[in-house]
Write a protein that binds this ligand. Sequence first.
Ligand SMILES: *Cc1c(COP(=O)(O)O)cnc(C)c1O
Length: 420
Amino acid sequence: MDKVLLTTSKESLQNVDPEISSAITDEQKRQQDNLVMIASENLVSKAVLEAQGSILTNKYAEGYAGARYYGGCSCADRVEELACGRAKELFKAEHVNVQPHSGTSANMAVYLALLKPGDRILGMDLSHGGHLTHGSKVNISGKYYHAFSYGVDQKTCMINLEEVREKAHQIKPKLIIAGASSYPRCIDYEGFKDIARETGALFMVDMAHTAGLIAAGVHPNPVFSADIVTATTHKTFRGPRGGMIFCRKEFASAIDKAVFPGLQGGPLMHIIAAKAVAFKEAQLPGYIPYQKMVTANASVLAEALIGHGFDLLTGGTDTHLVLVDLRSKNISGKEAETLLEEVNITVNKNVIPFDPKGANDPSGIRLGTPTLTSRGMEPDQMREIAALINEALARRHDQEHLKNIKQRACSLCLQYPVYQ
Ligand SMILES: *Cc1c(COP(=O)(O)O)cnc(C)c1O
């Protein structure tokens, strides 16, 4: 008989599982060696990583602080109370639930709390920048609910509130959803709120992408306008991978019941601890300058790309991301994504509104600045990166020149290390 396998020994990951260990090591190198411009990604601090990798993962804490279904929850209660207190203060909210495992879970919990199957919802069209969970046919939100969508104006590529108003009056949805995954402009939450009031709809904002900008006051706070606000903690916000829901007191009990026991079992206490750490970091003096730099960098990147003859949707950005329409450059989004990956620039292909091509090989790419800014990069580096992107696309058949571009990307990465 072999000895009982205990977990109390100090065997390192490398010894226990060299395959996973080497995949993580290689991933760390990939993050270090590439200019990551995925708009929904960021880099968390060592403190967040430490909390996330902690022994809190061992604890079951179904329920909420002070009302758990398991014994031994006093430390878990402290963690969750700290997380909730900090989140409410940061976003000036009456109530928060920090248990959703992801942005998607947060949205599902809201629907479960507020809607019955078959109820009408009105959200932004996925192909115009909305999210799968806002009523897409392939998502549960479009299967269980009767989903309608609004898009952007064909000329300006911006949300036209009059069009939203007209649709809302026609459809009379139970819930109107504002928020997007690839929309580079501010959203007029107060305008949406008026439409919801006029039509008797509830109003939800999904600030998954912009939560960090909002926490820093760089963007208007939808908590003042919406009945319910959902968010992720891992995009601009710069915390661990997860979701959260803010609401007024009147919806608190329904939301909490929808998250648990409606949709989830035990909360991820290690992630909630890491969320609490990220909420604390968001109140440190450098956080507002960080988020200001994120948007400043995106603006400079936008200007520089326009200078190189790129077409940007809406002509620029108010946020952390830009959407590039590549049709004038005679290259598809997929080709550009692959090409840029070869020169160590990581981007994602993206549909553009009214895209004549399909989602598998769309006409655009989406570029974001949160990760680069977390490494310390500033407008000068954005200009350099815009030049690299331009050269890579313009001289894509010149292998020698691509090598040179890759070297310049790598040298930027070396200058701005990810984790020292
Ligand atoms: C990213 C995103 C989500 C989903 O977040 P996950 O954590 O990936 O489930 C939801 N809504 C919007 C608008 C998003 O951009």
